[in-house]
Design a protein around this ligand. Structure first.
Ligand code: PRP
Ligand code: HPA
Length: 183
């Protein structure tokens, strides 16, 4: 497969690979300082957060554990269905644990506000969120990520874990798709 072909379907690069790595390093430094001496469990939200989890966790020098959840609210399109389902639950008992949920984007805020409620009911010591991107709509939702990479405009973005119909997750940059891709 010709990967340069895929890159050409992006019309507007919002963040390059280098910018993403730089921002994740800053976030990792802050998170490491905040959780120093604590027993951190990092929870990645499959599938989009795989890249952020891999790079953010490797930028943190201390001990941490990783677990994963899979939830679905989008189906195959670009609009949230409004209903969140657990597709894969945690393998870890989080009672008494410091939990940091890692995701790549908060869009409507539905997924993460639901997830924070769900995990909070399991008696963790704390639950916080780290997200690489946040869209404006999420600001009106009861979801308050402690760590945000960037606030972005309300456009559908792909790359670095973010998909459109399961494609484009493997792009190293984050950008918007050319209109012809949707037609
Ligand atoms: O704030 P929201 O409007 O709820 O949107 C954010 C969620 O949507 C995406 O996941 P998606 O359901 O597309 O699954 P994926 O990670 O497998 O792509 C993304 O990874 C977030 O978890
Ligand atoms: O802008 C987006 N792009 C890809 N996946 C998403 N899931 C929520 N918002 C987005």
């Amino acid at each position: 497969m010709d990967s340069s072909h895929v890159e050409h379907e992006l019309v507007n690069i919002l963040f390059t690979e280098a910018q993403i790595q730089q921002r994740l390093a800053e976030m990792a430094e802050q998170i490491s300082a905040d959780y120093e001496g604590r027993d951190l469990l990092v929870v990645g939200v499959l599938r989009g957060a795989v890249m952020v989890m891999a790079d953010l966790s490797r930028a943190m020098p201390g001990h941490l554990e990783m677990d994963w959840m899979a939830v679905s609210s989008y189906g195959s399109g670009t609009k949230s269905s409004g209903v969140v389902r657990i597709l894969k639950d945690l393998d870890t008992d989080i009672s008494g644990r410091d939990v940091l949920i890692v995701d790549e984007i908060i869009d409507t805020g539905l997924t993460l506000s639901w997830l924070v409620n769900n995990l909070s009911s399991r008696n963790p010591a704390s639950v916080e969120i780290a997200t690489l991107l946040r869209k404006p709509e999420a600001l009106s939702m009861p979801v308050e990520p402690k760590y945000v990479g960037w606030d972005i405009p309300n456009e559908f973005v792909v790359g670095y874990g973010l998909d459109y119909r399961e494609r484009y997750r493997n792009l190293r940059d984050i950008g918007t798709l050319a209109p012809h891709v949707y037609s």
